[in-house]
Design a binder for this molecule. Sequence first.
Ligand code: ADP
Ligand code: ADP
Length: 224
Amino acid sequence: IKITNLEKIYRTEEVETVALNDLSFEVRDGEFVAVMGPSGCGKSTLLNILGLLDDPDAGSFLFNGVEVAKFNERKRADMRKKNIGFVFQSFNLIDELTVFENVELPLMYAGVKKSERKARVDEVLEKVQIMHRRNHFPQQLSGGQQQRVAVARAVVNKPKLILADEPTGNLDSSNGNEVMQMLTDLNEAGTTIVMVTHSEHDARYSHRIIRMLDGHTVTENILV
Ligand code: ADP
Ligand code: ADP
């Protein structure tokens, strides 16, 4: 990821809010980076742009060597489906679908055929140790179990990049540590991770902390 002079402004009738202001930084292939900063400093806006869910008003965003800042919605969606997995604070599982179906969804969007879908979903459910719950619905699971399903869904498509937004925010410390360990394992297997967090404890699992204030970075500490 190479972000240069990124700008994002939200305009409503009364006010203009500068959410990202001349933001520049890089994340190398295989890095695990934590993004921290006070509420309102632009972390969610940044994750939405990194995740190709939204586009910047100005600046450059190189992803895998491709300039994606001016991609239209269709091209963003295509790039997103192939390359990016998301993990959210509130899990964001679909209540009407079983564990298996939730994890299968990204593969259906990607057009993977049924027999291969089954094999790949079973493999990741095994990995996050939730196979025995494959036919349960999200509401029948504890928070820690739901986040494990969400991690399975994020990785089933073998994305190059995982974006995590406060992934342990709704978990107790033991489930939180389990999820952080899963992210660490994925990173060690080669996946790049960018994680927004308020937790200094969770940030210590990363290689580096990017600290933001008022829409731009203030430091990019190298930790290890
Ligand atoms: P953080 O995730 O660090 O709390 P956000 O990226 O959510 O920060 O917000 C950055 C700034 O942009 C804040 O001032 C916020 O109020 C504003 N903002 C975020 N989303 C919108 C929106 N959809 N419309 C208007 N202002 C927004
Ligand atoms: P937590 O301590 O994380 O809040 P819960 O008390 O919600 O966990 O759940 C404890 C165990 O009971 C978990 O294994 C969870 O999957 C299971 N469980 C909770 N609610 C249901 C339900 N409605 N149907 C089936 N299993 C459930």
